[in-house]
Design a protein around this ligand. Structure first.
Ligand SMILES: Cc1ncc(COP(=O)(O)O)c(C=O)c1O
Length: 383
């Protein structure tokens, strides 16, 4: 394998990531093609980003058509396509969420969600959940578990405490009228697709109601169909006050969105939120196409069926248990997950890791097929 690309990256790019030893040139559906011409099945999905896989003709046509029509316009001018995209997103989200605002990344969406919460409640403390990941910007990183090692800013923008995950009693005790909001991922992605229990999530919702605390649900990784529902929180029939989404949202183009309930909407004044690129027409055409295809091709059903197959056929070789939902799954491995990842990559299967050294994470395109799972199962059995 030609590894010159690694030297090239070292020369010019900040070495912030430990990279894998493959250089990808192209992608088709659920496969990546390397510069050496190897075809790799992608169970990583660019980190939960490509719901329709690579090179989807309809998606590319939709984006190109919009590019030709109107490449860009700021939020200063109303756009039909932005309003239509917003109402489509609201039509698939929890019913109490009434308005959206578009920004550019998961961190930025969470940053704004936390700002809205502090501003609305006039309170200075946020609760997060142990092992959570919410992003790298000042407020998002402040509510990220273990961010002290890389935080960098002189102080956090508000007080933060972490509720031990799945501890409903402590959740009820810690949520009180000093708290502005609780931020929670319904399935903890970076932590290895760790499922928070229904009881825990409901205890947070109830305690938030009791003390007028806002519940922010971070669906950056679990949203847009990945859990088998449009948003993972819909598996629990819980209505958050604020919800954020990103990653799969734009089918691969960078974007994110904040959803809020009507009470918060009434209190947001002009000038409080802003973004140059958020809600631009090309991104909106991409979001619209992703929603349309999920509906037309019944992709949520595919997610649930493929999850069943992974659960049936991939508890084999070093894998002894599976957690998570839909196509956001964590495979418990007896050997370190990094070793398994390397071995699978040698067999042309790309998988993800997590902050748990014994969890191999799967976050593939939502159009994954049975044949890909058969290949993964065979490769795992042989380890
Ligand atoms: C749940 C969750 N929230 C927020 C983020 C941050 O998103 P971004 O990297 O787009 O800023 C991530 C990224 O992995 C995430 O998984």
């Amino acid at each position: 394998m030609n590894r010159d690309f690694l030297k090239k990256e070292e020369k010019s790019l900040i070495q912030a990531y430990s990279q894998l030893p493959i250089s990808v040139a192209e992608g088709y559906e659920c496969e990546l093609i390397t510069n050496d011409g190897e075809r790799i099945i992608d169970f990583y999905g660019g980190h939960a980003v490509v719901p329709l896989g690579y090179g989807h003709k309809g998606y590319i046509d939709a984006v190109q058509t919009q590019m030709k029509k109107l490449l860009f316009q700021s939020n200063l001018l109303p756009l039909d396509i932005r309003a239509n995209t917003a109402s489509q997103l609201l039509s698939i989200s929890p019913k109490n969420l009434k308005k959206v605002f578009f920004v550019n990344s998961g961190s930025e969406a969470n940053e704004n969600a936390l700002k809205i919460a502090c501003h609305y409640t006039k309170r200075k403390k946020i609760l997060s959940i142990s092992h959570a990941f919410h992003g790298r910007t000042a407020a998002a990183a402040a509510v990220t578990w273990g961010s002290e090692s890389w935080y960098g800013f002189p102080s956090k923008p508000f007080e933060v405490e972490f509720i031990p995950r799945n501890n409903s009693d402590l959740a009820r005790k810690m949520i009180n009228s000093d708290i502005a909001a609780v931020i929670v991922e319904p399935i903890q992605g970076v932590a290895g697709a760790f499922d928070l229990s229904e009881e825990f999530l409901k205890s947070i919702r109830d305690a938030c109601n009791d003390h007028s605390v806002l519940m922010i649900v971070d669906e950056v990784q679990s949203g847009m169909g990945r859990s088998g529902k449009y948003f993972a929180i819909q598996n629990f029939n819980i209505e958050p006050d604020i919800m954020t989404a990103a990653k799969s949202l734009g089918g691969g183009l960078p974007c994110s969105v904040i959803f809020i309930n009507s009470l918060l909407d009434e209190n947001i004044k002009k000038g409080e939120l802003g973004s140059t690129f958020g809600g631009n027409p090309v991104i909106c055409s991409a979001i619209e196409f992703v929603i349309q295809l999920i509906k037309e091709k019944n992709i949520l059903k595919n997610v649930i069926e493929r999850e069943k197959e992974i659960r049936e056929f991939c508890i084999t070789g070093p894998v002894n248990e599976i957690q998570g939902k839909g196509l956001l799954l964590g495979l418990h491995t007896e050997l370190p997950a990094q070793e398994i990842q390397k071995k699978l990559l040698k067999k042309n299967i790309l998988t993800g890791l997590s902050s748990d050294p014994n969890i191999l994470r799967l976050l593939p395109p939502l159009v994954l097929r049975s044949e890909h799972i058969e290949r993964l199962s065979e490769a795992l059995s042989a380890i």
